[in-house]
Ligand binder design. Structure first.
Ligand code: NDP
Length: 282
């Protein structure tokens, strides 16, 4: 069994990006810039934002953090994003989700111009992916594809099963695998015989949000298993959607949690930001 090292791969990507950010700076006299907007003080979000800012530093990207209080109004939030949209030093804008309940997240995200949508969450970017056109791809599924590529996992003609169909993970994941010529099945909460569907997978991607939900009897011998889930187990310990301890002996490759897909998500955010900056030079 090969343990897929997302943490190490993400570190390699950050150092590869350094050369590109330095070249951009030399050409333009400006750093590549990423703005992170956080509203309120959700503790998990605060950790994610801190990690994103740290990743920026390591890749030579300038970060612009906008921490707004939980009482921020819809107008104020939209105005903050609009100001960043106009700022030439900002090549990518990220609004950390979830937002406080009184805010309309879609409207706020809608203020991010498509060329600065480095999360790839906009309908335009998801549509481009569906049409197999060039655009910005959501970071988590893009990170999964990068792991598959770097670990030489063949997708062409393989059976891929994605469990989860959210707009930010499952759906773009399925499209990416389809675009990479896999035969793709998408499963969700209404799927019947989930175990039988999963057992067909050469590549199984779990993006459900339920601790240790994918058990060994659901996984084909020799499959490649990618665990996107970020959950807490009964002891409060970070764990994935896959029952790693029991599944690991059956598979050919597997991602751990933590240290698998999570670090790749941030690396792809940085990569999308550098690509957005480079596109301004075309
Ligand atoms: P969502 O809650 O938006 O989507 C979960 C999906 O799982 C839904 O499509 C849902 O189906 C499906 N699902 C729920 N229960 C079942 C079930 N019993 N059987 C089959 N399918 C089921 O979550 P996200 O896509 O945003 O995130 C998924 C997981 O990935 C979470 O643990 C999240 O924390 C993690 N995550 C990790 C990231 C990382 O960087 N590592 C980044 C983003 C997310 P239905 O559509 O029918 O409701």
């Amino acid at each position: 069994m090969i343990l897929i090292d997302g943490k190490g791969t993400a570190a390699s990507i950050r150092s590869e990006l350094k050369a590109r950010t330095a070249a951009f700076e030399q050409k333009t006299g400006k750093k590549v810039g990423l703005a992170v907007v956080m509203i309120g003080s959700d503790p998990a979000s605060a950790i994610y934002v801190r990690n994103k800012i740290k990743g920026c530093e390591e890749a030579g990207i300038a970060s612009f953090a906008r921490f707004l209080p939980a009482e921020t109004t819809q107008e104020e939030a939209e105005a903050a994003v609009e100001a960043l949209a106009k700022d030439d030093c900002v090549h990518g804008i990220l609004v950390q989700l979830p937002l406080p309940a009184h805010l309309d997240a879609q409207k706020i995200l809608g203020k991010i111009p498509v060329e600065k949508d480095v999360d790839g969450f906009s309908a335009t970017n998801l549509g481009k992916l569906a049409m197999k056109e060039e655009g910005t791809i959501a970071c988590t599924p893009l990170g999964v594809m990068e792991l598959l590529r770097r670990y030489h996992v063949q997708t062409c003609g393989k059976r891929a099963v994605v469990v989860g169909r959210s707009n930010i993970v499952g759906r773009p994941m399925a499209l990416l695998l389809l675009n990479a010529d896999a035969t793709v099945t998408v499963c969700h909460s209404k799927t019947q015989n989930l175990k039988e569907e999963c057992l067909k997978a050469d590549i199984l991607v779990a993006a459900i949000g339920k601790a240790k939900f994918i058990t060994a009897d659901m996984v084909k011998e020799g499959a490649v298993v990618i665990d996107v889930g970020t959950n807490r187990d009964e002891n409060g310990k970070l764990c994935g959607d896959v029952d790693f301890e029991h599944v690991k002996d059956k598979v050919s490759m597997i991602t751990p949690v933590p240290g698998g897909v999570g670090p790749m998500t941030i690396a792809m955010l940085l990569s999308n930001t550098v690509a957005a900056a480079e596109r301004t030079l075309r």
